[in-house]
Design a protein around this ligand. Structure first.
Ligand SMILES: NC(=O)c1ccc[n+]([C@@H]2O[C@H](COP(=O)([O-])OP(=O)(O)OC[C@H]3O[C@@H](n4cnc5c(N)ncnc54)[C@H](OP(=O)(O)O)[C@@H]3O)[C@@H](O)[C@H]2O)c1
Length: 318
């Protein structure tokens, strides 16, 4: 098969062995995959795949089941699915645990479905399970216009939780507020901390920035608040005001999706099927697709994401 391979730092569409589905897996003929920020980190050598995962980029895809591995009885050849991957999506074929595939929400095209699994899984997992978000609680999400951020905005709106987002431009602020954010700030224009404080602080913060925002995040949490750290775009070292953490009885949590066990990911997939897919089907959620490239143009797609120009997802059509 053909896949995007990394050769001397460049993304090259070239020949590589077709994977064989193992026990409990299915082989998908990929229709589309999507660019995630993690792909840029993996490409630069800062985010190696977990043990046993494909070295090929790509954490989600949509496609058609081509072959069933041993023990798979609840999927059919020819079935159209989208999937959460530990890697391997930038390819013509990928093997994935059958339990990590989902029929796309009714009414969603197969190509588009390539861009919803990873970000809605991340948003649902970290708001609902890790952040323990409850009715009426206030949420702060950084990188609000990212794939994950736009998923969080829509989920919070659907659940009735007020959400403040930080973003990098006025046009992203406008977009996020139209999508459902209650308020926003441009991280390049003045202290966003003051704006969040004036808004009332947050019970749950979803933060992909890390070290640079740690102190502000802790200061902005309300009593018994939860900070869920999901990324390190602003560095891995920060200042933790421990007195504030103690007095407000805060919880600080780190969370990754990719390296979780098959069973842990099954819980997330079940959560999507149960709580998120119905919201797509009722029209309360929509996929946010910024642009679609041919897979052979993966380099241009990475450049677009690398300069922070996208709002929502960038897809790669295979
Ligand atoms: N832990 C997990 O399981 C998990 C899973 C999925 C994603 N993530 C993380 O979630 C984040 C979003 O992922 P994505 O694929 O949705 O991203 P994305 O669509 O590529 O968007 C990332 C956005 O982050 C903002 N940004 C970039 N550098 C920044 C910095 N130094 N400080 C503050 N903001 C910065 C930029 O928006 P502005 O210019 O508008 O600020 C950029 O467009 C990434 O950090 C990713 O690694 C974590």
């Amino acid at each position: 098969m053909k896949a995007i391979l990394i050769r001397e730092g460049q993304l090259v569409w070239d020949d590589t062995p077709t994977p064989e589905p193992q026990e409990g897996e299915v082989l998908l003929k990929v229709r589309a995959t999507a660019v995630n920020r993690a792909d840029l980190s993996q490409r630069s050598g800062r985010y190696p795949p977990p043990p046993g995962a494909s070295e090929i980029l790509g954490l989600e895809c949509s496609g058609v089941i081509q072959k069933l591995g041993p023990g798979v009885t609840d999927r059919e050849i020819g079935q159209e699915v989208c999937a959460l991957l530990a890697g391997g999506g930038y390819a013509e074929y990928v093997a994935v645990p059958a339990s990590h595939t989902l029929t796309p929400p009714a009414g969603m095209g197969l190509e588009t479905a390539a861009g919803v699994v990873e970000v809605f899984a991340t948003a649902w997992l970290n708001l609902r399970l890790e952040g323990e978000l409850k009715e009426g609680e206030r949420v702060l999400v950084h990188a609000g216009a990212s794939g994950v951020g736009t998923a969080c905005i829509q989920l919070c709106k659907a659940w009735g939780n007020p959400i403040f987002v930080t973003v990098g431009s006025q046009s992203k602020r406008d977009y996020c507020e139209a999508l459902g954010a209650s308020a926003s700030a441009n991280r390049h224009q003045g202290p966003w901390e003051e704006a969040v404080k004036g808004w009332g602080g947050a019970d749950v913060i979803l933060d992909p920035v890390g070290g640079a925002y740690l102190e502000s995040n802790v200061n902005l949490l309300r009593p018994r608040g939860r900070l869920v750290n999901i990324g390190l775009m602003g560095g891995a070292q920060g200042t933790l005001p421990m007195g504030v953490m103690m007095v407000k009885r805060l919880t600080l949590r780190g969370s990754v999706l990719r390296s979780r066990s098959i069973e842990e990911k099954n819980l997330v997939i079940d959560g999507l099927r149960r709580e998120v897919w119905p919201l797509f089907e009722s029209g309360q959620l929509k996929p946010i697709i910024h642009q679609t490239f041919a897979i052979q143009e993966a380099e241009q797609a990475h450049q677009l994401v690398g300069i922070n120009d996208n709002i929502g997802k960038v897809l790669l059509r295979v």
